[in-house]
Every structure is written in C-alpha cells, then in structure tokens.
Design a protein around this ligand. Structure first.
Ligand SMILES: *Cc1c(COP(=O)(O)O)cnc(C)c1O
Length: 388
C-alpha cells in the first residue's frame, strides 16, 4: 500500500512512515535493539551512509525503529526532518547549541521551563553566551531586547506554570528579518494543537516524556525543522553529545502516537471543563488557562492553536503555603508529582514569580488526566472544602 500525503492527522499518526511489509506484516514495528549493523562485504562497508540510507550503521547515528518515529513526527509537525533524543532536555540543548557560538546573545521568556532557563542562566555563560529574559506577551518585548549579536530567540508557548503565549508568527517574522534563528518548545500543545514550523519558526523541540509518550513510562525528546538544520544537528550535537534516543523509547513513542489524537481530545475537553469549574469557585483567585474566554490571550490562543491541552494552574484566594499544601494534600485521585501529560491526573504546589508583577505567589499546577471528569471535579471540590 502506498500512503498518500493528504491523509488526516489521526491516520498519519498510525500509518505514516511505517513499512510493515519489511517486518513480516507486523502491525507494531520491531524494536531494533542493537548497537551495530553489519555489512555483507568491505565494498558495502566503505559506502555506508547516514540515517536516510537503506542501510544503518550504528544506533547513535540512526536506528530503524527510531527512524519510523522521526519520519512520523516530522510529517505531523509539517517539517522536513526530525531527530529523536534521550530526553526533552537532550533535544533542547542540542537545538540551542546548533544555533549559537561564543559571543552570541539569546532572548527567551521569563517563564520558560526551569531546566531550559538554567541552561541559559547557569551553563551557557561559561561559553560566553548571554541571555535576556522577556515576558514575551507583546512583540515589542522581543524587539526591544534585540542586540547586534542576538542569534537566537527561544520561545515556549504556552509557557510553563503560567501558560502565557507568544505570537509565534510575529516572533518568527521579527527574527527572520534580522537573521536570528527561532526555536519553540511545543511540548504543551503537541502537533495536535499547534505547528510552529508552519508559522515560520525554524526548529521545534519537544519533550516526548509528556503527552507524546502519554503513559508516564518513557523519557525522550524530539527536534524538528528543515532538512538542512536537522542534518547539521544529526552530524554535530546529536552524534557528538550523544543524547541519542534508545530504540525501546522510540517504540514506546510510536505506541503513544497511535492514541495521541484521541488522548489530546479528552485532555482538552476535561481540561476545559475542570478549568471552568475552578474559575467559578469563590475560593480561587485566578485560573491560568488560555482556553478560558476571560483569559487575556484567549484571542491569540484561538488564532494560533487548534485547542488547549489539559494543563493549567490556579491560585487560591488564601495565597499561603499552608492553604496551598492543605488543598493538595487533601486530593485523593490526583497524585502529587512533577511531569505531566500522562494518563493520570497530577497536582503540584509551587511558589513562582507572577509574570505580570514579578511578585512570588503560591500556585497549584494540575495535569488533567484521562480519568472520569466528574471524579476529578469532585476530588478538587472536596479538597477545596479542606480550607474551611
Ligand atoms: C518536562 C519538560 C521538558 C524537559 O523534558 P525531559 O524529557 O524531562 O527532559 C522540556 N520542556 C517542557 C515544557 C517540559 O515540561
């Protein structure tokens, strides 16, 4: 069967890039759990090529199971190519390093994912790379931070903890006019809800540990972009820093992708329902969720995204550590834990800087899982009752 390229997203998730006839018709591809690939003779060995060749050479530079995943993700993100990594941070550091060198300047957002922020604030200064942090809710924030040596704008939309958006088309245009590269962490939206490459962003990074894996059983990452950029990452950051994806992790991501569209639709529906329920409760001060009509960036969310995932945070009116811990500790279905995007609902109590005022505030971040939504609402309601 030849697969044409105009199939719907769900069909692509399941069938694109698979070559079942090469694997005895197996519905799920084999895990090529091998480090090296052998050759029939010296002449063949001497013409060995990269991961697009019919042959593979060594799993750090390419693996057939991982290659199915990479082809599929590139297609889903409307990009030319993809490299898979051992973690989201492996993907992010490789993408970032592919765009900068000593003496360069980077712009990113204040609310970027914590370890990504530490890459910019604690690690890259060792190599003479400085970063400016902007709120990023207006394009002027980026424009006014540009210096003559700015080489990269790194965005994450919606961002971590407060779920603020950046106008991706505007950021991409601003950067492109000045020869600045752009990277977007698209882990929250997933390719189901947002395609930054189609809006002009150069590279998209994902942690596949979250929604793409979807079952809290794999740590992995992905970078997508043009053939040229991904080829360069393949030869340099991926091959040399070696944060390569394990074939079993690739296989688990392929499994996750088969249900990604149906899972995301449920996360979206339940997330919106729980966020509305929380926003109507008088004990809650603010709900940080771009899917709500009252969210200041709801218009932008509707313009550049096809929906919102099931991830948001809220702030209690009683804004203390004690009250925040009491609510979280009273939850019975939600588990307490970092990460998100799995089948299970998670809650974490955090103190973070309000991006609007810079003042520290206590928030509870929820990852709305795939449980019955009435159970989740009832659990949150009874936990809030612990306040009185
Ligand atoms: C978890 C996370 C990452 C890092 O992914 P790992 O797979 O844990 O390395 C990157 N970006 C965002 C937004 C995340 O939430």
């Amino acid at each position: 069967m030849t697969l044409n390229h105009d199939m719907g997203f769900e069909t692509l998730c399941m069938h694109f890039g698979e070559n079942r006839e090469a694997h005895f018709g197996a519905a799920a591809p084999p895990i090529f759990q091998n480090s090296t690939f052998t050759y029939p003779d010296s002449a063949t060995f001497h013409v060995r090529q990269g991961p697009d060749a019919t042959r593979f050479d060594y799993t750090r530079s390419g693996n057939p199971t991982t290659r199915i995943l990479e082809k599929k993700i590139a297609r889903l993100e409307q990009a030319e190519d993809c490299r898979a990594f051992a973690s989201g941070m492996g993907a992010i550091t490789s993408a970032v390093l592919s765009c900068i060198k000593t003496g360069d300047h980077v712009i990113t957002i204040e609310t970027v994912y914590g370890p990504t922020r530490r890459l910019f604030s604690d690690f890259l200064p060792r190599f003479g790379i400085e970063t400016t942090y902007v709120r990023g809710t207006s394009i002027e924030d980026f424009e006014s931070a540009i210096q003559s040596n700015t080489r990269l704008i790194f965005v994450e939309s919606p961002s971590s903890l407060f779920f603020e958006l950046q106008d991706l088309k505007a950021v991409a245009q601003l950067a492109r006019e000045r020869g600045i590269a752009t990277i977007c962490d698209n882990s929250n939206a997933t390719p189901v809800f947002q395609n930054p490459i189609a809006m002009g962003i150069d590279l998209v990074a994902h942690t596949a540990t979250k929604y793409i894996g979807g079952h809290s059983d794999v740590v992995a990452g992905l970078v997508v972009g043009s053939r040229e950029r991904i080829g360069a990452i393949g030869r340099m950051e991926s091959e040399l820093l070696g944060a390569t994806c394990d074939p079993f992790a690739s296989w688990l991501m392929l499994r996750g992708l088969r249900t990604l569209p149906v899972r995301m639709e449920r996360h979206r529906r339940s997330g919106l329902e729980v966020a509305r329920f929380m926003a109507s409760d008088p004990r809650i001060a603010r709900v940080f969720y771009p899917g709500l009509d009252v969210h200041p960036q709801h218009g932008l969310a509707k313009r550049q995204m096809r929906g919102q995932a099931g991830l948001f945070s809220f702030e209690l009116r009683e804004n203390t550590q004690e009250a925040t811990f009491r609510v979280v500790d009273s939850l019975q279905i939600f588990c307490i834990g970092v990460s998100w995007g799995g089948y299970e609902s998670l809650a974490v109590p955090l103190q973070a800087r309000d991006p609007a005022t810079g003042a520290p505030t206590w928030i509870i971040r929820l990852s709305i899982g795939l449980e019955n939504v009435e159970d989740l609402k009832a659990d949150l309601y009874q936990a809030l009752n612990a306040l009185t």
